[in-house]
Ligand binder design. Structure first.
Ligand code: ATP
Ligand code: MG
Length: 554
């Protein structure tokens, strides 16, 4: 990889550059596009929801257009009538907008069907395309292999007049699916198999979500895509590396039509994330089989899933910036994405106390029936985020992990005889462990030292600080913790993680009863959480774990 290829972010903050921006800089210096602004496009097929991989392409395309004061089109690549749906169109628009990008009107490739048909006719007239009667299987056999040349179709030398008549009959519905196709006439011996007389149009008697039953022939991706770009005056058509071998056909198509100032295709490496599947087809199967709750299940790598999980668009854009743009495929550690999420949330969310596997603490020397309100800081790194007042009394809950009857080495939290600080409150010492008949701990009898109130001037030191909630005012909430959706199987394949969701009951300080759907918090010593936007009807408030506190990112 050269230095220019290594590059920085796709968003292209001022001065940022990557190999794609280097190409654009050169084109602008040469005035290659004759004063035309830089025009890019994001061209999803509306056959599923967008995932984090698409976010990389969105940030790159919209970011590049913004950097050069140009424009990025949102164009639906809806040339395949069978798999597409308006539900997907709506979700894609919502997701791109949520990521923070704006465009004019959404464009639809299917709106160009007339122009594409006219282009096909033009190719036939100049002898560069022909109607072929070979079946799909025969076409495959005739195509040859990487090491052997293909064989020319017996229909290759039909006259232009005959081809025009047959193509018009295809359009008029005279033939069944698969009976005929329109093919480019290029070179059956080309080392690039994509140039061995590729199919340009196929017959599909199917209702299209936009054009209804107007058409029964549909252009193939490799023919449609350069035309879509050219019709929109796109200058730089940025796509993923697997299309590199298709670029000669992209260029051939526009050259054969003598298109003025044709757009140029530039490929970059797609985003792959560890323990994450990024294929709409696979994700759709998970949804259809009911393995997940839907496209917006918080475990899904979809934009909708990440949004419900609690990620903010800022962190996704930051992540896309940091991974940069390159020409070689690699797998990015998901820990980097989580790192970006933590960095985004840390300065802006307020802290709350929440405990799980709760153990009751009774402070035997706290005045009976008394209570007080103690100030706790909302964000330990930002005093301007202020204090909240939290009830405190002689009956509390602490987290199950903060007590050990038989402490292991270097355990500095609560154990019999030990003293710890209750965050923002007092020192307590554990004197007695009360158990039920089954041996389960039901209560810890402790004493507190009123002289150690936080903010006061205590002299002795304790090694552990633990958090707590006041027992009578605490509210019960549900925590949903998420592991990765995919695990590495024995043969390196991806398998569904059977334990990707853990549901826990927790006690929380009372203010969380009023959390609005979508409101985010740091649960002290635990992680970042969001009040689920959908599960709002149950008795308990449900919080999704956005990301834990500890980073595994190096
Ligand atoms: P999938 O394989 O998940 O169905 P796709 O590439 O078929 O994805 P499209 O709707 O065709 O989905 O993608 C729209 C744009 O997003 C394309 O330009 C494609 O190159 C880009 N894109 C898709 N996946 C990724 C990825 N993992 N990283 C970067 N860009 C991607
Ligand atoms: Mg695709």
């Amino acid at each position: 990889m050269s230095d220019t290829e290594k590059s920085s972010g796709p968003g292209g903050g001022p001065g940022a550059t990557n190999f794609i921006h280097a190409i654009i800089d050169r084109d602008l210096a040469e005035n290659k596009y004759a004063e035309r602004p830089v025009i890019t496009r994001f061209p999803p097929e509306p056959n599923g929801y967008l995932h984090i991989g698409h976010a990389k392409s969105i940030c790159l395309n919209f970011g590049t257009a913004a950097k050069y004061g140009g424009r990025c089109n949102l164009r639906f690549d809806d040339t395949n009538p069978v798999k597409e749906d308006t539900e997907y169109v709506d979700s894609i628009e919502a997701d791109v907008r949520w990521l923070g990008f704006e465009w004019g009107n959404s464009l639809f490739a299917s709106d160009y069907f007339n122009q594409m048909y006219a282009c096909a006719v033009k190719l036939i007239e100049k002898g560069s395309a022909f109607v072929c009667d070979l079946s799909a299987d025969e076409i495959r056999t005739y195509r040859g292999t990487l090491t052997t040349p293909g064989k020319e179709s017996p229909y290759r030398n039909r006259s232009a007049a005959e081809n025009l008549r047959l193509f018009e009959e295809m359009r008029a519905g005279k033939y069944a699916d698969g009976e005929k196709v329109l093919r480019a006439k290029i070179d059956m011996a080309s080392p690039n198999i994509n140039l061995r007389d590729p199919v340009l149009y196929r017959i599909a008697h199917a209702t299209h979500h936009n054009t209804g039953d107007k058409w029964c022939i549909y252009p193939m991706y490799d023919f449609a895509h350069p035309l879509e770009d050219a019709i929109e005056s796109v200058t730089h058509s940025i796509c993923t590396l697997e299309f590199e071998d298709h670029r000669p056909l992209y260029d051939w198509t526009l050259a054969a039509l003598a298109w003025p100032l044709p757009p140029q295709q530039i490929e970059f490496a797609r985003l792959n994330l560890s323990n994450t599947i990024m294929s709409k087809r696979y994700l759709k199967a998970l949804v259809d089989k009911g393995d997940v709750e839907g496209w917006d299940d918080p475990r899904m790598p979809t934009i909708a899933g990440l949004r419900r999980r609690g990620y903010r668009p800022e962190s996704i854009r930051d992540f896309c910036e940091r991974i940069g743009v390159s020409k070689s495929n690699s797998i990015v550690d998901i820990a980097l994405l989580e790192h970006c999420v933590r960095e985004d949330l840390q300065p802006i969310v307020e802290s709350r106390h929440v405990v799980t596997e709760a153990i009751k603490v009774v402070i035997t020397n706290y005045p009976a029936g008394a209570s007080e309100e103690l100030p706790l800081e909302n964000n330990k790194d930002d005093a301007t985020m202020g204090l909240r007042r939290v009830p405190f009394s002689g009956e509390l809950y602490i987290d199950g992990t903060d007590f050990m009857e038989l402490p292991e080495k270097k355990y500095f939290r609560l154990f019999p005889g030990n003293e710890v600080r209750l965050k923002g409150a007092y020192f307590i010492r554990c004197n007695d462990v009360i158990k039920d008949a089954a041996g389960k701990i039901v209560e810890l009898r402790c004493t507190y030292d009123p002289a150690t109130k936080s903010g006061g001037g205590e002299t002795r030191k304790v090694k552990g600080t633990i958090h707590w909630v006041e027992a009578k005012t605490a509210v019960k909430i549900e925590l949903r913790l998420y592991g990765c959706l995919m695990l590495d199987g024995e043969n390196g394949e991806s398998v569904l993680n059977p334990a990707s969701l853990t549901v826990k009951e927790a006690w929380a300080e009372p203010s969380l009863a009023a959390a609005a759907p979508g409101e985010r918090f740091q649960f002290f010593r635990r992680g970042y959480y969001i009040a689920d936007a959908k599960r709002t009807d149950g008795a308990k408030k449900v919080f999704n774990e956005i990301v834990g506190l500890k980073s595994s990112w190096k």
